[in-house]
Design a protein around this ligand. Structure first.
Ligand code: ZN
Length: 76
């Protein structure tokens, strides 16, 4: 897997897909962007089951489309 498809910058640092600031390993977003998500989306995204990857895809697609963080919705 290339580092780019993993959401890392060219130096290999993990960056937030919303604001491009550094993020922690194992987090989808930086803390500020994560806190801006609706509580329901946070709860869904925290679940680590077989649908976790498709939820992440939903999140990234909406960020790519310019959906505001507080309007993000993912499958429960
Ligand atoms: Zn961010």
């Amino acid at each position: 897997m290339s580092s780019r498809s993993n959401g890392a910058d060219p130096a290999g640092n993990l960056v937030c897909p919303s604001c491009a600031l550094p993020r922690e390993v194992g987090h989808y977003l930086c803390l500020a962007c994560w806190r801006a998500l609706p509580a329901r989306a946070q709860a869904s995204l925290k679940r680590r089951d077989r649908l976790a990857r498709s939820r992440l895809r939903e999140l990234l697609d909406q960020l790519h489309d310019g959906t505001p963080l507080d309007r993000i919705e993912v499958a429960p």
